[in-house]
Design a binder for this molecule. Structure first.
Ligand code: ADP
Length: 474
């Protein structure tokens, strides 16, 4: 089971939560904008309403003026058109008062004001009506009524009432506009804050998602590295065991041969003697010789088994193998960085090899190079490849270390040859076994400019991978 690190677990739950919160914020913003629009529409309708009221008031003013003008016209001229116009003005006055009352119907104070206005207007129109009825024929009586109207100051009262209504309505309009402005500003501010919050949370969510993806990628890479390492360790253990048993078998063969010789010599001596238990001793020595031969056969079988070097060859990319091995080896060299250069010939990239085993060879050589360069001021590693003869690819691993120790240069590919206090001296010997099992060869040299160069060959898998370059034309 894979255990997810706590950090990435937290991130993986935070990102969707933040995305949800962002979505919610955007919904709230949309709601706030909608409400604001509704309020705006309301306040527009209030402005419209006030305008309607003001229009109705000025209509009443106009109708009062028309009624009075026509009354005087009729009184002075006696022309009927004046009395007709007066009649129309009076009707208009009544209907405009009705519509004004309907308009302000939701405001009790206004309704009371309009009712008071209607009272004054009715009284005034009643006077006007009487004057029209009397006409120019009864001018004196009519003038008395006019005089009475002047005394009653009815026209003035109507005017005052209309002006008061206008003022109140305008004040209401101003108040409503101010209130609307304040609310709009507050709504705009809240919306802007929410918007900033939403954008910020969207940005954080995006960042967290990216971080989560990067962590997942890193985990994937780590897991790949781990499984690669595990596989290499397994192969390394097997190779080490194989190499050690092979070396032991080689070492034991000689003493076993000597034992066999001694036993056979002893048997001959016993047979030539006159010892009473000669027969028994000979039989025991025969058995000893048989067991020695058996031990030899067991060791031979072990050597054969190890030497068979079974490999699982497939077509692989040399660059991929080298990069994987570098990634593994770099884990141990983090404290002392090494300048690494890959100079691999793309035309010779395909090789027919046991990938894990060749990775092991790369790993051994790279690790040795890193260890050799540990205390060097200049640490450079170059891995190069090029096509070689006989369908092979030559690989070179060069370092800027101190070069090969003269004492070991001759036998460093033999098992247990090491100059390191905690070394096993098995790595190069395993590498040689692997390379030979692939039909290649491995060698080391110390170039004049310093450092060590290991070079080995592997079978190429490319179609016509080795194409000798044409000789340059003279
Ligand atoms: P180990 O690393 O355990 O000693 P190896 O078989 O890998 O075993 O190496 C054998 C010896 O070869 C090392 O002890 C070292 O002396 C020598 N050697 C290997 N690689 C290098 C190198 N790049 N530079 C110098 N010496 C090296």
């Amino acid at each position: 089971m894979t255990v997810m690190p706590r950090k990435s677990l937290a991130t993986s739950t935070q990102a969707p939560l933040l995305l949800g919160a962002t979505l919610l914020l955007f919904i709230v913003i949309a709601g706030a904008l909608f409400l604001n629009l509704m309020r705006l529409r309301d306040s527009f309708s209030w402005v419209q309403h006030t305008n309607d009221v003001l229009l109705a008031i000025s209509g009443i003013q106009r109708a009062v003026l028309e009624a009075e003008t026509n009354e005087r016209g009729y009184l002075l001229t006696g022309i009927d058109s004046y009395s007709d116009a007066y009649g129309r003005a009076r009707e208009a006055l009544a209907s405009r008062l009705d519509s004004l009352r309907a308009l302000v119907g939701d405001n009790r104070e206004h309704v009371a004001r309009v009712d008071e206005l209607r009272l004054f207007v009715d009284m005034r129109t009643a006077q006007l009506g009487r004057v029209i009825e009397l006409g120019p024929e009864r001018m004196h009586e009519a003038l008395d009524i006019l005089e009475q109207a002047r005394t009653d100051r009815l026209t003035e009262r109507v005017e005052t009432s209309l002006t008061a209504l206008t003022r109140v309505e305008q004040a209401l309009l101003t108040e409503r506009m101010h209130k609307h402005d304040r609310e709009s500003l507050a709504a705009a501010l809240i919306t802007a804050c929410l918007l900033i919050l939403a954008v910020a949370s969207a940005a954080i969510a995006a960042f967290l998602l990216e971080h989560q993806r990067a962590t997942a990628r890193q985990q994937e890479a780590d897991q790949r590295l781990q499984s690669l390492q595990a596989e290499l360790m397994r192969v390394a253990r097997l190779s080490t065991m194989g190499e050690m048993s092979s070396a032991l078998a080689h070492e034991l063969n000689q003493p076993l041969g000597a034992i066999t010789n001694y036993v056979q010599g002893s048997r001959r001596l016993v047979e030539a003697s006159s010892h009473p238990d000669k027969a028994k001793i000979s039989a025991a020595l025969d058995k000893a010789a048989q067991q020695t031969l058996r031990a030899g056969a067991v060791i031979q079988r072990l050597r054969d088994f190890v030497g068979r070097g079974e490999t699982d060859k497939t077509v692989e990319s040399l660059r991929a193998i080298a990069e994987d091995a570098l990634a593994l080896a770099s884990v141990v060299t983090r404290d002392r960085p090494v300048d690494i250069a890959l100079a691999l010939d793309p035309a010779s990239d395909r090789v027919l090899v046991d990938k894990v085993q060749v990775q092991q060879v790369f790993l051994n050589l790279i690790r040795n190079a890193f260890e050799a360069m540990r205390d060097e001021p200049e640490r450079r590693l170059r891995i190069g490849s090029r096509a070689a003869a006989a369908g092979m690819v030559e690989v070179v691993v060069a370092d800027t270390g101190p070069g090969l120790d003269a004492q070991i240069a001759e036998r460093m590919f033999q098992p247990f040859a090491t100059t390191k206090p905690d070394g096993m001296g098995i790595g190069l010997s395993i590498s040689q076994t692997i390379i030979q099992a692939h039909g290649g060869s491995i060698s080391a040299s110390t170039p004049a400019e310093g450092g060590t160069v290991f070079s080995f060959t592997l079978p190429s898998a490319g179609v016509g991978a080795y194409e000798p370059r044409p000789a340059p034309a003279d």
